[in-house]
Design a protein around this ligand. Structure first.
Ligand SMILES: Cc1ncc(COP(=O)(O)O)c(C=O)c1O
Length: 301
């Protein structure tokens, strides 16, 4: 399963003589889209090989990873447990589109306080999960581990050799690490984090020994799941002009960042850029509920 590369035609690209294509990994599956498919693939094979028929993982209220894991469990006949940040959601998770769909796909939830969630790697917390749910295969928050990175190494293909710049969104850094590992030495990889914090480079270095990459921290819009009216307008406008939908948490920020850099002459004329569309579109519905409450423009779907 490979995402096709869609060429983007915008006047700013023509003016600056820069070519941009978007790898439509969002289209590889309706529910396990983009990097989620890549991250789950080898983990599910490993769980099956170990004879474990329950996947347990962690996420926030609108997590793409929770949505994808639930559907993957249904597809492969594996039980799924989502440990969800925020005990207040226990009362009203049915109003949350991501959790509702995950539940419909068979996921059971354990809601925990933010404090308990922060301690989710502690031994006593993990022992509690073992008592509650029995033997299970655990996938960390965001789905990043060694096998996830191995899956993300399959995003780039032979066809992508001609792109000298490859850009991707960054959360935990697993997707970027996979892309870096499978890139050629003459390709430059740029990661655009959608959260604040300087911890990422170290995390990425845990998964790659290559040096042909950098992180641009200018386009997180204030942090994870933070958006501005300008970003929403950009997402709607980009979709109208290119027919490519992007999500407000990851890929919208990525494309916004790339086009700002193009405007500011960051890329030399003649540069061919490939942007990885890592999916996340399922999160739009939930974000629109938040935007509506704040009286902000909605993301068109
Ligand atoms: C749609 C989307 N894009 C990008 C990312 C970032 O991936 P990573 O956590 O591997 O950096 C995520 C989070 O997993 C995501 O859901």
């Amino acid at each position: 399963m490979q995402g096709i590369n869609q060429k983007v035609d915008l006047s700013i690209l023509r003016e600056k003589q820069v070519a941009l294509s978007v790898k439509r990994e969002d289209l590889i599956h309706p529910f396990i889209s983009g990097n989620k498919y890549r991250k789950l693939k080898y983990n599910i094979l490993e769980a099956k090989q170990r004879g474990l028929d329950t996947l347990l993982t962690f996420g926030g209220a609108y997590s793409n990873h929770i949505a994808a894991t639930a559907y993957a469990g249904k597809l492969y006949g594996i039980e799924t447990i989502g440990v969800i940040r925020g005990e207040e959601l226990e009362q009203n998770w049915m109003q949350n589109p991501t959790l509702l769909k995950a539940h419909e796909h068979g996921m059971n939830f354990k809601f925990v306080s933010r404090t308990a969630y922060r301690e989710k790697a502690d031994r006593s917390f993990l022992e509690g999960l073992e008592r509650d749910f029995g033997p299970h295969y655990m996938i960390p928050e965001g789905g990043t581990n060694l096998l996830a990175v191995k899956g993300c190494e399959e995003i780039l293909t032979q066809e992508d050799k001609g792109f000298k710049v490859i850009c991707s969104s960054v959360g935990t850094g697993g997707t970027l690490a996979g892309i870096i590992n499978s890139s050629l030495d003459d390709q430059r990889i740029i990661g655009f984090p959608s959260l604040k914090g300087g911890f990422l480079k170290k995390d990425i270095r845990n998964f790659t020994a290559k040096e042909n990459w950098k992180i641009n921290t200018d386009y997180h819009f204030g942090g994870y799941a933070k958006v501005s009216e300008g970003l929403i307008k950009f997402i709607n406008n980009f979709r109208e002009k290119t027919n490519i939908p992007t999500d407000p948490i990851y890929t919208g920020k990525l494309l916004f960042g790339i086009l700002e850099l193009v405007k500011n002459d960051y890329f030399k004329p003649g540069t061919q850029i490939l942007a990885i569309h890592s999916g996340g579109l399922q999160g739009i519905e939930g974000m629109n509920l938040v935007l509506k409450r704040k009286n902000l423009p909605l993301i068109e779907v």
